[in-house]
Design a protein around this ligand. Sequence first.
Ligand SMILES: NC(=O)c1ccc[n+]([C@@H]2O[C@H](COP(=O)([O-])OP(=O)(O)OC[C@H]3O[C@@H](n4cnc5c(N)ncnc54)[C@H](O)[C@@H]3O)[C@@H](O)[C@H]2O)c1
Length: 352
Amino acid sequence: MGKYRVGVIGCGDNTKKKGPMGYAMAWAHAEAYEKLSEQCEIVACADIVEKNARAFADRFGVKNIYSDYKKMLAEENLDIVSICVWMALHAQMTIDAAEAGVKAIHCEKPMATTWGDAKRMAQVCNELGVQLTFNHQRRFGAPFVIAKEMLKAGEIGEAQILQYGCGNLFDTGTHFIDMLSFFNDETPAKWVIAQIDYRKPNLVFGADHEGQVWAAWEYENGVMGMAASGPGSPIIGAMDRIVGTKGVIEVGVSSMNKLPLRIKRDGQTEWEVIDTKGESIHGPGFIDRAVADIVDALTTGRESQLCARRALIATEIIFACWESSRRRGRVDLPLDVDGNALDEMIKAGQIG
Ligand SMILES: NC(=O)c1ccc[n+]([C@@H]2O[C@H](COP(=O)([O-])OP(=O)(O)OC[C@H]3O[C@@H](n4cnc5c(N)ncnc54)[C@H](O)[C@@H]3O)[C@@H](O)[C@H]2O)c1
């Protein structure tokens, strides 16, 4: 078999300070493909900013650059496409790539800016037999993997409540609510109740976010979920927290500069800090492992750890939180509105 022909959409500017106006995630994807050079070759990239495409192509030895990603899809006979643009563009680009005949799409998180788009991109790829994955790379991080191993070994008994606490539900929340799915064997939620506060624009990668949320939900297996974002997030005190019948595990402890992992079992008076082999909640190595997983899944035909089926679980909870705030009540799932309640409330002048 020849090498997979990889194309990248949205190259980013790797010289800029990294933050919510740009991380140049394409470079992290490309470094990971580079480590798989026996299986993958980045043959083309597309960006509307020529200097971003040019710098990316120079660094990674990419032969062909495009300003129009559709032209790249039409001309390059790609096997794998990495989509590294801001979230409002994810759905259409994914559908265009699937319809152009690629075999696999690795898209940055969050899935899309509406629940309808998230479902649509998954459905189109499913129907066309295209592997669709999202870069929830923490599924390959030692703090999270060890936390799950400790949970499954019964060190804190049975999971009762899975909690998330941090800046926002969508941009950051998609990672850490997805990790709650990882801990809970990819179980969907059955209802969500939430209240949000939105006082001023809170744009991250071009998409609006609530300023604060307080949310609870129940998974289909009876495990409860909770989230607090913004100024209320210290209520949770960790990025992810697993409350079991016989103890608690915390990942990314807020008061301890995001200490990666600690556990308190029944009978212990002090927290036990767990060695995560030099890995924080951000890395290193997570994206390399994520890309290796999607390439291996494509080769072997198995389901990727990062597949759309899994990503949809956290995405539905997030959109249902905003919808619950709009309805002033509990939202039973599956979520029956396709839009983005936060955006719609802002546009209607109901909040903010
Ligand atoms: N997985 C993670 O940990 C992580 C971290 C940061 C950001 N992200 C996500 O990655 C995505 C991209 O963020 P980023 O920080 O890399 O963005 P970025 O701004 O650094 O790069 C985006 C690039 O897309 C290009 N672009 C815009 N419109 C385009 C179009 N129509 N066609 C082709 N190129 C186009 C821009 O010119 C820019 O070069 C976002 O969804 C963000 O949420 C993920």
